[in-house]
Design a protein around this ligand. Structure first.
Ligand code: AOF
Ligand code: ZN
Length: 327
């Protein structure tokens, strides 16, 4: 199962909205005869790739498949893995954790047991759940995973007081920008307020990182922004006309968004903090002092992890995902 978890991690950044999943096929003496992982949404699941990697199919009749997530039972973009396991004759299945998605939710295990396959559930369960904080949150809490992110001056301001179009205060460095773009690419959506769009006209892309671009989302209750004149990818842009974080998340969930990175401004960040609707917070602090300006949001927590990137300090709060501590 540990090996299966390692394999699953190769899917980071390309499986969403699907989870990262790994699978290992072994003989009773422990010899590994097949390995696989889910590489990309729309492509084969971990079990499919693991079975395909086995040279001698006859060996499957005495093998055990270890899979980090319950094999699926549904026809989605691909056919059910439980059916594959049954059809190729694997007698024993070891599952890390159950799949909380409503289209599986225990039915994969039930299908296997119904035809007499031996199934063990809950091996390295915490680790297997922690592989996919986004997928687990989206399906168990019924809302997207929420990351809050801002950069601040040494004296706690996120920006100067300035008029629209005036240059924003710059806290990030070339290296920390790469890490922010990596963080963006690991979310389905990036949310900003209309004030941020009017003041900065950001593009919210991942140009400093070779990952996919997240869907841009603008909270624009009063219809202040003109989508045509923004730098945002208007083909994919979602505008939200609602005011509360809970309402925003409900709409994003309906649109199939499983994770959102909230990038500001201060008021929208503070509204998510006040509503308790966040999972993880990343704060970058520059040595630059502004003396006056827009105060940074107040989170009132002790960091779970801190590290330095060049001149800047990064503090991580809340439930820190495994992929956020990589540095
Ligand atoms: C597995 N093994 O490797 C993964 C699973 O549209 P599909 O066919 O790709 O199905 C996606 C759903 O399948 C996803 O929401 C989750 O419930 C499950 N993911 N299941 O047996 C895998 N990635
Ligand atoms: Zn599957």
């Amino acid at each position: 199962m540990r090996r299966a978890i390692q394999l699953a991690r190769h899917g980071l950044g390309t499986t969403s909205p699907n989870p990262m999943v790994g699978a290992v096929i072994a003989l009773p003496d422990g010899r590994i005869i097949g390995e696989g992982w889910h590489r990309r949404c729309g492509e084969g699941h971990a079990e499919v790739n693991a079975v395909a990697s086995v040279a001698d199919r006859d060996m499957l009749r005495e093998a055990t498949i270890y899979v980090t997530l319950e094999p699926c039972s549904h026809y989605g973009r691909t056919p059910p893995c439980s059916k594959l396991i049954i059809d190729c004759g694997i007698p024993r299945v070891v599952v890390g954790t159950l799949d909380p998605a409503p289209w599986v939710a225990g039915r994969g295990v039930a299908m296997l047991r119904e035809v007499g396959r031996k199934v063990t559930v809950g091996i390295l369960e915490e680790e297997c759940r922690a592989l996919n904080p986004v997928f687990m949150t989206a399906h168990s809490l019924g809302r997207p995973w929420v990351t809050l992110k801002w950069a601040q001056s040494a004296d706690g301001f996120i920006d100067r007081e300035r008029c629209p179009g005036g240059a924003p205060a710059r806290f990030s460095t070339a290296l920390s920008t790469m890490l922010v773009h990596r963080l963006r690419s690991l979310h389905d959506a990036i949310l900003v307020g209309s004030g941020t769009v009017i003041a900065d006209n950001p593009s919210l892309t991942t140009r400093a990182w070779p990952g996919r671009d997240a869907t841009p989302v603008v909270a624009d209750r009063r219809g202040r922004i003109n989508p045509v004149s923004t730098c945002l990818d208007t083909d994919r842009l979602i505008t939200l006309g609602v005011s509360t974080p809970a309402d925003m998340l409900a709409i994003l969930r309906e649109k199939g968004i499983t994770s959102v990175l909230v990038e500001g401004g201060a008021a929208i960040l503070q509204s998510f903090i006040d509503a308790g609707l966040y999972d993880f917070v990343r704060v970058e602090t520059s040595p630059v002092r502004l003396n006056t300006g827009v105060p940074a949001p107040a989170i009132g927590l002790v960091p779970a992890d801190s590290f330095e990137v060049g001149t800047n300090r990064i503090d991580l709060y809340g439930r820190v995902p495994w992929w956020a501590s990589i540095r």
